[in-house]
Design a protein around this ligand. Structure first.
Ligand code: GTP
Ligand code: MG
Length: 195
């Protein structure tokens, strides 16, 4: 599925801009700067397909990437970015909510969690939204290269505990690093196995 790379299709700022819901779709959600765009680049093997940056809040649109003409990978705007103006945050939240609850072809949401921090209170809002929309979500820990092996079990326990409260949570947690490529093949296989 990933052999041919992926192509940027469009950035969407309103529901009427969404591409037709005619193929399997997965989305990547998470706090600003958690590594969503970087992960999409690692999955697709393209360095600069999704714009990654050091500036939190960089991705402000819902970005669609088409994969093998059969799937969409969707890069969602990050949340929890304190410096963004309130009106902007509210607009993102409305769009995010409309997208997550109204997209029939959305098969799974990957919720990215920084392996150094675990699930934070700002993450809870999106987890509840996904529960409400009955979108199965799976936690993907990012930046695994930044934690020591000894810290890993503690963060996995914390995330497992947080997921246990959410009916839409898929139990398997994926530990990834875009730096070392840890977990990238596993995540590709998970996407490829969705039907
Ligand atoms: P927004 O678009 O602002 O929501 O951020 P994002 O979630 O798309 O994050 P982005 O991919 O832009 O990455 C943010 C920063 O984290 C960049 O400096 C990346 O290089 C860095 N980063 C992402 N993934 C990893 C990783 O696995 N390991 C390390 N060490 N750094 C990473
Ligand atoms: Mg981004």
């Amino acid at each position: 599925l990933f052999a041919g790379g992926a192509d940027f299709l469009k950035g969407v700022v309103a529901m009427d801009g969404l591409p037709p819901a005619d193929r399997l779709e997965v989305c990547f959600a998470g706090r600003s700067n958690v590594g969503k765009s970087t992960l999409i680049n690692a999955l697709t093997g393209r360095r600069a397909l999704a714009r990654a940056s050091n500036t939190p809040g960089r991705t402000q649109e819902i970005n669609f990437f088409s994969l093998a003409e059969s799937h969409y990978l969707v890069d969602l705007p990050g949340y929890g970015f304190a410096k963004a103006p309130v009106a902007t945050v509210e607009k993102w939240q409305r769009l995010l909510k409309a997208y997550l609850s109204g997209r029939a072809t959305l098969r799974r949401a990957f919720v990215l969690i920084d392996a150094r921090h675990g699930v934070k209170s700002v993450d809870e809002e999106i987890l509840k939204l996904l529960d409400g929309a009955a979108v199965t979500f799976q936690a993907v820990l990012t930046k695994a290269d930044k934690i020591k092996a000894a810290e890993r079990d503690a963060v996995l326990d914390q995330v497992r505990g947080a997921l246990a409260k959410h009916p839409a949570a898929f139990p398997e947690i994926v530990l990834t690093s875009s730096e070392t490529s840890q977990g990238i093949d596993i995540l590709r296989a998970i996407v490829a196995d969705l039907a």
